[in-house]
Design a protein around this ligand. Structure first.
Ligand code: PMV
Length: 315
């Protein structure tokens, strides 16, 4: 028997990095997905097949000796086999429409889809339980994750997130497209988060002031989203970018992409940890084509919209 599940990638519209220190972030899932298909196999192995490589681990060994990238899947398979007292293995196939390592939530989406697909071999868990498992699994490779990414990949849509209150959907009725430009500079989220931690320690007053500005800006975003005032939301994105530049997570390439994107879109910023990865530009039907055309000369570009489905499973 096969058990399949898919989950969407995501972008952070506002609040990355500051969310780690308690601020609100606003994020949305996107219409690019990762699908995970699992099946039980007689051999006592956990076999993972993906475009990033194939890995085999012993089903009853600790997950620590598996390839770093695949630790979450070995963890989930191992835990599930133990829970149901199964003396067999699991084969896991991962198919992705989301480029990895560029801040579009490929890691979280794959953890959410894998948690649903693997547990789906035995039981159908509520989304809240899948989310808990997915966060546990992602912590095998990124211990400091705030949990925001896995939450939006599970529930989908436009959402706010903060560490204290968790995840809450935003029902704003706002309608927009996003243009995503991939700098093709790879980044490591943990390293960039660590760099920001050092920046905060060395520049306490400045960081506190930037944090305050971010929190105020996010209150304005809620108002503008409620009115579907894209021009204002875009200008707030560009303001958010200025704050991210001050904490040192932009790069020359990202600065160029943001500058170019701002010429035709409502506003643009890094999405996710920065230090590489992608920028997003806010657009609608009126300016999507010129923004795509303009950025094509500088980066790999594509457009996306909010995905409202979140986790989808098919048993
Ligand atoms: O680069 P991403 O998409 O994994 O985003 C990281 C977002 C941070 O705020 C920098 C970290 C976090 O866990 O929220």
């Amino acid at each position: 028997m096969n058990s399949s599940a898919s989950a969407p990638g995501k972008v952070i519209l506002f609040g990355e990095h500051f969310v780690v220190y308690g601020a609100k972030a606003i994020l949305c899932s996107i219409d690019k997905r990762i699908k995970v298909t699992s099946q039980l196999i007689d051999e006592k192995k956990i076999k993972i097949k993906s475009e990033l490589g194939n890995v085999e681990a012993d089903a009853d060994s600790s997950s620590n000796d598996s390839h770093e990238l695949f630790k979450p899947f070995v963890y989930l398979a191992d835990k599930t086999l133990k829970k149901f007292n199964k003396n067999c293995g699991i084969e896991i196939k991962i198919e992705s429409e989301i480029p990895s390592g560029i801040g579009l939530g490929s890691s979280s989406a794959s953890c959410v889809a894998a948690a649903a697909s693997i547990t789906g071999l035995f039981e159908k868990l509520p989304r809240e339980d899948i989310l808990k498992l997915a966060i546990e699994a992602e912590r095998k490779i990124f211990n400091n994750t705030s949990g925001a990414d896995c939450s939006v990949c599970t529930f989908g849509g436009l959402a706010e997130y903060d560490i204290k209150n968790g995840f809450k959907k935003i029902n704003s009725g706002s309608d927009f497209d996003l243009v995503i430009a991939n700098s093709k500079q790879s980044h490591n989220t943990s390293e960039v988060v660590e760099k920001v931690k050092k920046f905060k320690e060395n520049n306490k007053e400045l960081f506190d002031s930037l944090y305050k500005q971010e929190s105020e800006l996010i209150q304005d975003v809620f108002v503008s989203l409620g009115k579907n005032d894209l021009s204002k939301v875009g200008s707030l994105m560009s303001k958010n970018q200025a704050l991210l530049e001050q904490i040192g997570v932009s790069t020359d390439k990202l600065d160029i992409l943001v500058k170019e994107a701002k010429k035709t879109s409502f506003g643009a910023k890094i999405t996710g940890a920065g230090g590489g990865g992608c920028i997003i530009a806010l657009v609608d039907k009126s300016n999507i084509t010129p923004t795509l055309t303009n950025l094509k000369d500088y980066a790999e570009v594509f457009s996306t919209r909010i995905d409202n489905r979140g986790l989808v499973d098919t048993f």
